[in-house]
Design a protein. Structure first.
Length: 255
């Protein structure tokens, strides 16, 4: 694995990280199919490679003071119902765009009103539980109409049996006239949650950033799903305009 990754690890960093993630998926699959007896500690693979150094790229994002306007525009956009549903669920759950596109029906746990994202799709290589507020459950119910026989995808692509393409969400957002990316809604949610304010650790759990064994043990394997449910229900209410957005210092100063 190191031999495969070394030639591109520094020159094509994003591609190399995606290749590493795909390796994780293949190894997890092979263990599940009893092709391999044991998995691989990918932390060892990372340590055998040089440290990547790059400038942090901040994705264009909509500020939380403008997100309500975006939600109203989304409801009347020209995007298909499936694409609109995917964008709204992405915002409601503060999820990675890739996880939304790869979301499968079997990951929706109706009994817990939660979404279970398997470790193979997570950057930290850990299972992630995301609470689903009532509006998210409504979206999933609506998506049942577009469910295709034999297809596992909650948000299928235009071609039968294929998942949604990588650029679909960003293109829909840009077609609405907003200078933002799907990934940028992570920043929108984070800024809102800190302005409320909510505890940073719980915010990090919602974004699936926390990966310290002792911390996870102290806060439960599901990352305090019950406490995060309150945060995400509040976020959904704010997106719907039923509760006010927190004060924003820049807006207050301008006033």
């Amino acid at each position: 694995m190191v031999a495969v990754l070394s030639p591109i690890w520094l020159s094509h960093q994003e591609t190399a990280r995606r290749v590493l993630q795909r390796m994780r998926v293949v190894i997890h699959w092979s263990v599940g199919k009893d092709i391999r007896a044991e998995g691989i500690d990918f932390e060892i693979v990372r340590r055998a490679l040089p440290r990547q150094r790059e400038k942090v790229r901040h994705m264009p994002a909509i500020h939380f003071t403008e997100v309500r306007r975006f939600m109203e525009a989304l409801a009347f956009s020209k995007a298909t119902p499936v694409v609109r549903g995917a964008i709204e669920l992405l915002i409601l759950t503060a999820a990675r765009p890739g996880n939304i596109r790869f979301m499968e029906w079997e990951e929706v746990k109706l009994a817990r009103n939660a979404w279970h994202v398997p470790a193979a799709r997570m950057k930290m290589d850990r299972d992630h539980w995301a609470p689903l507020p009532p509006r998210a459950m409504e979206i999933l119910s609506a998506m049942e109409r577009f469910r295709l026989p034999g297809s596992p995808w909650v948000f299928p692509g235009d071609k039968p049996g294929k998942r949604m393409s990588e650029n679909t969400l960003c293109k829909a957002i840009q077609d609405m006239g907003f200078d933002a990316t799907a990934h940028g809604f992570w920043s929108t949610f984070t800024d809102w949650a800190r302005a409320v304010p909510y505890q940073d650790l719980l915010i990090e759990f919602q974004l699936a950033h926390v990966d310290k064994d002792k911390t996870r043990k102290a806060y439960g394997r599901d990352g305090q799903l019950a406490l995060r449910r309150g945060i995400m229900n509040h976020w959904a209410e704010a997106l719907a305009g039923r509760v006010p957005m927190p004060a924003h210092e820049g807006v207050a100063m301008a006033a």
